[in-house]
Design a protein around this ligand. Structure first.
Ligand code: PEP
Ligand code: MG
Length: 874
């Protein structure tokens, strides 16, 4: 097996094998950009290493051969005392996992070769600085020496100075101290054989695939756990060689706003992780233009080449070694949700991509993010400070300074803002748990910023006026002190930091959907409008909404809904109507029952008329009442206590208690609800059908349009549906509404399995995937998510809750069977879905695939479903 590829052998499409970094390094070599020579060990080698606990037998030989070739090309040997070749050993998986895995720089430095490096470079300080970095990184990464140990030693030497102020002698002493720390923690000397350093570093990168934070990150980002990482071995170029050297990170467009024009951070006389770690404050790229015009111009040219080549925003890492520019990495860059829409639209304008490609690059999840509210600045005082707007959103929470504590408090349901000087990958659990992240150091390319953007989490970074006192658990801005537990609000769109809780207002995207902003109101709104219009053009499925009030229906229609797919009627029996339902339940004899129904009828008629009016002539699927009747009655225990302790007996309350007793169920979700209720309480469904018919007639009489469809819940056998249907048809005929479609939900597994029979009596199907999931898995939809799902996710039983994303293999199979067998009997059978999955991006794609006619979801999800239904057709 070929486990090692020279950069000259790969290309950008080999990400599975070479990882993202390796594939893109190869691609840059292919298009003639200045990349230091090197080679990539494949993800396959990593997978074998992880499975077997040792590297594949052929690996050492192949690495050796490539190393020899590299040495020949460079004219230097790895760790050669007089003139050493040094290499970096860098992780790089298929999907970028910023900072989650390991990298070791300066491999090849030893007690002997550090002198050679000093002599050859004529820069003693640089040589010792490189060596102390190697011991530090190698110690931490390869040998698990706690990073603090090195940092404390360094802080002691530094005092108040920056690391750059340490001179050669001090660094040399520090190397001695670091070696002692290394030996103390590992029980061995720092390895002096360069090839052994290399081998250990490669294995450590393999191992870092399973580091805790990497596992957590993958789970969060839904990256498969079995891909493994590639390892890139690259000839070192040095950004810490002096003032005419440096290292930087740049984007071809602003990843936060999508604005045109390069964006980046540069740090002179620095190496590798210094920029992203936020150790020193970086400068903008324009300052590089002042420092080194030639490199700057070359960099601009390369960035434009890369963007043209990848036809997308790219981010890059580069190093300038004594005035010579080197590219260390590129990839299609992560960006905020807003930037994703804006950039795609710009690229269409620039003729780089077409609208299909632009749409392909969006996602419903991102559109959903853009619909979150933003702060209402008119309602607050000035911000106490401003940082860099790194990842948008409006976050409010209690200040916490520690990742673990943030996770704990969030688990208790508290909203927290994680405040750090800078974050590192160990802060990941806290970042996931927090509403937002605030750092006092680091730019838009810092770890906090990159990770937050990837997760869609609000982040303000580099707020320099914020002085974080971790030990004292507080931060200060001027004379304002904010302590742990205090409430703050941070705005990831503007970078503003406010004391206390700032009220929020709807996002511009929602205001556009609501008709309050024109389609060309701003770049973001225009871009969203453009993508949705194109999605509408492409999609096959219709999008309906779940709404049960006129206001919700009207709003969903503004958001683009083409009808109501589920109007639940349960809520229409709550509030003051509860007593009317009570009377119905307690009715003594048919007359009394009829009187109770007669009282409900006009109310229901008004409910439905309001919805028909809101929807114009669009179809409105009204579902007959579903939940267990006891939900309309007082809780058993409370009522029992009330009756037992009453001073005077109350016959009404006593009768009620008896009824509650009688109706009490151990498993109400599997009990008397849905069609069962309709068949047991005569007249209840009939009253609803009559109200629907009369409401439609009423709206038509007003000159309006009404297109009702009647839907029966919880059907498991065709006989149930036939019984309801016979009664409903009789009533519809009496009301002059013959021909109103009568369909059923498919939400009991038996219904899916006997869909062919049920289709005989149904004009349409609508999948109730909430109940179908509940009954298919046997998971109580109201209980399990908070109880054992986290364990199930950990075990990989599923990657995401099946109540959120439809389980294709199991519940999806029921859906497929029902579609196929239903249509066999009735080829024109209209089929939709109205469970929560109807608004879930992944699930929408599935429903398109299996041939549903429409999805129905909550009003806010309608744009998301439009977008995804369009993307599903590309
Ligand atoms: C369903 O079960 O998916 C459904 C839409 O009905 P409800 O959520 O009201 O039970
Ligand atoms: Mg249901």
């Amino acid at each position: 097996t070929k486990y090692v590829y020279d950069f000259a052998e790969g290309n950008k499409d080999l990400k599975d094998l070479l990882g993202g970094k390796g594939a893109n390094l190869a691609e840059m070599v292919r298009i003639g950009l200045p990349v230091p020579p090197g080679f990539t060990i494949t993800t396959e080698a990593c997978r074998e290493y992880l499975a077997e606990g040792r590297p594949p037998a052929e690996l050492a030989g192949q690495v050796g051969a490539h190393l020899t070739a590299l040495e020949q090309k460079m004219g230097r040997r790895l760790g050669e005392p007089a003139d050493p070749l040094l290499v970096s050993v860098r992780s790089g998986a298929k999907f970028s996992m910023p900072g989650m895995m390991e990298t070791v720089l300066n491999v090849g430095l030893t007690d002997a070769s550090v002198h050679g490096l000093a002599a050859r470079s004529g820069n003693e300080r640089f040589a010792w600085d490189s060596y102390r970095r190697l011991i530090q990184m190698f110690g931490k990464t390869v040998c698990d020496v706690p990073g603090d140990a090195f940092e404390h030693a360094m802080d002691e030497v530094k005092g108040e100075r920056a690391d750059i102020d340490l001179d050669a002698a001090e660094l040399r002493t520090l190397v001695g101290t670091f070696k002692t720390i290394f030996a103390e923690h590992t029980g061995r000397e720092f390895p002096q054989d360069p090839r052994e350093q290399l081998k250990l570093a490669v294995n450590a990168v393999f191992d870092s695939w399973n580091a805790e934070r990497a596992v957590l990150y993958r789970r969060q980002e839904r990256i498969p756990a079995d891909l493994g990482t590639a390892v890139n071995i690259v000839a070192m170029v040095f950004g810490n060689l002096g003032p005419d050297s440096g290292t930087g990170v740049a984007f071809t467009r602003d990843p936060a706003t999508g604005a045109r024009g390069v964006y980046g951070d540069y740090l002179a006389n620095a190496q590798g992780e210094d920029v992203v770690a936020g150790i020193r404050n970086t400068v903008g790229l324009h300052e590089l233009e002042q420092l080194d015009k030639k490199s700057f111009d070359e960099l601009m040219g390369i960035m434009s080449t890369l963007e043209g080549h990848y036809r997308d925003l790219c981010d890059i890492e580069f190093t300038i070694e004594a005035g010579k520019l080197w590219m260390l990495q590129t990839r299609v860059g992560k960006r905020t949700a807003a930037a994703a829409f804006i950039i795609a639209s710009q690229l269409v304008d620039e003729g780089m991509i077409d609208l299909d490609e632009a749409l392909r690059r969006q996602s419903g999840a991102r559109l959903a993010q853009l619909m979150f509210p933003t702060f209402d600045e008119t309602a607050v005082d000035k911000p106490i400070a401003k940082g860099i707007a790194a990842s948008p959103g409006a976050a409010v929470g209690h200040v916490v300074f520690d990742s673990e504590q943030a996770a704990e408090q969030a688990a208790r349901g508290e909203k927290v803002i994680l405040v750090r000087r800078e974050t590192n990958p160990d802060d990941l659990p806290g970042m996931i748990a927090a509403q937002g992240i605030l750092t006092s150091r680091g730019g838009k390319t810092s770890h906090a910023a990159v990770v937050a953007r990837g997760m869609g989490k609000t982040c303000v970074c580099g707020a320099e006026s914020v002085e974080v006192d971790l030990a004292g658990k507080r931060f200060a801005v001027g004379d304002v002190t904010v302590s742990e537990g205090d409430l703050i609000s941070i705005d990831g769109t503007t970078g503003a930091i406010y004391l206390g809780e700032v009220p929020v207002k709807p996002s511009p995207v929602v205001r556009y959907f609501d008709g309050d902003l024109p389609a060309d109101a701003d770049t973001l709104v225009a871009a969203v409008h453009r993508m949705l219009e194109h999605a509408d053009l492409r999609r096959r499925m219709a999008i309906r909404t779940n709404a049960d009030t006129g206001a919700d229906a009207a709003r969903a229609r503004r958001f683009g809904a083409q009808g109501i797919g589920l109007c639940r009627t349960e809520h229409m029996f709550l509030g003051e109507r509860r007593t009317m339902v009570e009377r119905l339940i307690l009715a003594d004899g048919e007359d009394e029952q009829q009187r109770a129904l007669d009282a409900l009828l006009p109310l229901q008629r008004d409910d439905f008329a309001e919805i028909f009016r809101a929807m114009g002539g669009l179809p409105v699927t009204i579902r007959l009442i579903d939940p267990p009747l006891h939900e309309f009655l007082p809780p058993l225990e409370e009522l029992a206590v009330e009756v037992a302790t009453a001073e005077h007996p109350d016959p009404h309350r006593e009768a009620l208690l008896a009824a509650v007793h009688r109706m009490h169920e151990q498993n109400p979700m599997l009990g008397l609800r849905g069609v069962r209720l309709g068949l047991v309480i005569p007249g209840l469904f009939g009253m609803q059908v009559r109200a629907i018919a009369q409401a439609a007639a009423k709206v038509r009489a007003e000159g309006g349009e009404a297109r009702p469809e009647i839907m029966v819940p919880l059907v498991g056998a065709v006989q149930e549906l036939e019984a309801v249907r016979a009664d409903a048809e009789r009533i519809l005929a009496e009301e002059g509404m013959t021909g109103t479609p009568i369909g059923t939900m498919i939400e009991v597994p038996r219904a899916a399995l006997t869909a062919g029979q049920i289709a005989e009596a149904a004009d349409f199907f609508s999948f109730g995937t909430n109940d179908l999931t509940q009954m298919g898995w046997g998971f109580s939809r109201d209980d399990v998510e908070g109880s054992f799902f986290s364990r199930y996710l950990e075990l990989g039983v599923f990657g995401v809750s099946p109540f959120e994303t439809l389980d294709r293999d199991g519940i999806g199979r029921l859906v497929r069977i029902a579609v196929q067998e239903g249509r066999q009997v009735r080829p024109d059978l209209k089929i939709g879905v109205c469970g929560e999955h109807g608004g879930d991006p992944e699930s929408v794609r599935f429903f398109d695939e299996v041939g549903l006619d429409y999805v129905s979801c909550s009003p806010f999800r309608v744009p998301v479903a439009r977008l995804e239904a369009g993307r599903a057709r590309l």
